[in-house]
Ligand binder design. Structure first.
Ligand code: GDG
Length: 490
């Protein structure tokens, strides 16, 4: 079983000669001005939630875009601040971007091109040359910051996600003592989908600058190899899953990301979570109602309208649940500058209003929509109060909300309803699996979840907890580091 301590030991034994550097667009802690004070928040991002415990264990430096309104005020002369605020285990080095750069590199190329290109949810990607040029330029800014941190030393650079596809080659061109791994947090689509990208060659060439490339599941790895095979002149070794191209070999493997199971299981039992549960019950007038939850960044890949429609259908088909069921949709607005996200926000607002006005009574409404950033304590309280949690992603790399729900269920009850199209479904097959496009199927599955006897809930939940406990975030990081060390010694 991998723990924070055993991961720390692995890093000490295997990487002691190397500086450990994580690079991502999103920072793990954001400092904002709130009413004349500076507040530090944890963003709603699966990537940072997963990587933070790894950095707590390994130490080192995390390079990321400083996006908070007070970020510049808390850094030193080299744009660094120690985080987490309470334990200060590692250094956060902030990269500054102008509004124009954020618009084109982040909202533009990253989230209007690559995000819809990789998630097959029938949203057309935008291909804008200006965005692409800014994306290249911003990758260079990140490279400069990383190289400055490393200062010519040996370093293991762990690059995150689709915002930084060109980084590894830029780094290695300046410092050959760098070894790099990149983890792709979203799906890799099939080659027909990817080939429409006018810059596919540059992106693939950039990614193949890494020594190791990780995906959540073997299916995404295979899609990537197939894409490379049909696009570049290269040699693919299907025994070792490696690609040799332009005198460099990249190993490509699946590493299913996870959560800090032990920490979540421990935290949900703290008195502040109990107090929050009591406060929430009072605030929303709950006594014995059946509580369901959905918890997401507001994103068109997460299938939020589909699950709301399923709650509507359930109540129409089974009116016995009226006044008995309350579904909480907890949602954090995200990428709101992009039109498709604005439209989705409007669609969800309207749906909630329509469904509530169709079913509500004087003292009850079926859906409580909480559209704001919530503290980890509030999220834990909801995870504990829920009889069922719906994850209905139309396409998702992994989905940590599902694993957090399982980790929170220290009472071993509760039912997870999980989309077949989320990477998590490959592991968590004791969940009730759904096709999120089939509203009828979601509604019937909610019925099954509500009616499931406690013994059966426990049987399934125990198995789920066992899996998440064993395949935790420390194992994910340890597997990547072990693989990298093996590659280095080849
Ligand atoms: C990408 C991939 C992959 C949500 N609202 C609040 C809040 N959250 C937290 C959740 C969870 C995280 O945000 C969301 O993680 P997901 O994994 O569901 O999704 P993405 O952000 O799309 O992440 C995904 C992940 O990367 C990791 O590789 O699993 O497939 O798309 O931890 O709890 N956190 C706080 N307040 C909120 O209001 N504090």
């Amino acid at each position: 079983m991998w723990t924070q301590d055993s991961l720390q030991q692995l890093v000490r034994d295997q990487l002691s000669d190397y500086l450990f550097v994580v690079v991502s667009n999103r920072e793990p802690y954001i400092h904002n001005h709130v009413n004349d004070k500076i507040e530090c928040i944890v963003p709603a991002s699966g990537l940072t939630v997963a990587l933070d415990p790894v950095m707590r264990a390994c130490g080192g430096t995390w390079v990321a875009h400083g996006s908070g309104t007070a970020d510049r005020e808390v850094v030193d002369a080299r744009n660094r601040v120690l985080v987490p605020p309470d334990t200060q285990n590692y250094t956060l080095r902030r990269v500054w971007l102008t509004e124009n750069e954020v618009d084109k590199y982040y909202f533009g190329f990253s989230n209007e091109t690559l995000w819809p290109l990789c998630h097959i949810v029938y949203q057309r990607p935008e291909f804008n040359v200006d965005d692409w040029n800014t994306y290249k330029y911003v990758n260079r800014l990140f490279a400069d910051a990383v190289l400055d941190e490393i200062g010519g030393r040996k370093a293991f650079v762990f690059i995150q996600d689709y915002h930084l596809t060109l980084l590894s080659r830029m780094l290695k061109a300046k410092n050959h003592r760098i070894i790099s791994a990149q983890f792709w947090h979203i799906p890799w689509p099939n080659r027909e989908a990817f080939r429409i990208c006018p810059w596919q060659n540059e992106i693939l060439y950039g990614l193949l600058g890494n020594d190791l490339l990780g995906f959540h599941i073997a299916y995404h790895r295979n899609n990537f190899l197939d894409t490379v095979d049909r696009t570049l002149e290269c040699r693919i070794d299907y025994e070792r899953f490696s690609v040799s191209h332009a005198d460099h070999t990249t190993f490509v493997s699946p590493f299913p990301i996870s959560v800090d199971f032990d920490r979540i299981s421990e935290n949900v039992q703290k008195p502040e979570v109990e107090q929050e549960m009591t406060a929430l019950k009072k605030k929303y007038g709950l006594s014995n109602e059946i509580v369901g939850i959905g918890l997401d960044r507001i994103d068109y890949t997460k299938g939020i309208p589909e699950r709301l429609k399923a709650v509507d259908l359930l109540l129409t088909r089974y009116p016995k649940y009226k006044k008995k069921l309350v579904f909480f949709q907890l949602a954090e607005p995200s990428r709101i500058k992009i039109k498709k996200y604005q439209d989705l926000n409007d669609e969800i607002d309207n749906l909630v209003e329509q469904i509530n006005s169709k079913h509500q009574t004087t003292d009850w409404k079926p859906i409580t929509y909480i559209k704001e950033h919530k503290s980890p304590v509030t999220l834990r309280a909801f995870n504990r109060m829920a009889r069922f949690c719906i994850v209905s992603s139309l396409h998702d790399g992994m989905n940590l909300v599902a694993k957090e729900f399982v980790s929170s269920r220290v009472d071993e009850t509760g039912v997870l309803i999980l989309s077949r199209f989320a990477g998590a479904a490959r592991e968590l097959d004791e969940a009730l699996l759904i096709n999120p496009y089939a509203v009828d199927e979601i509604a019937e599955t909610i019925y099954t979840a509500i009616e499931m006897p406690v013994e059966l809930q426990k049987k399934r939940m125990l198995r789920l907890r066992h899996k998440v406990c064993e395949n935790n975030i420390y194992r994910w990081a340890a597997d990547i580091i072990t693989e990298l060390v093996k590659i280095e010694s080849i």
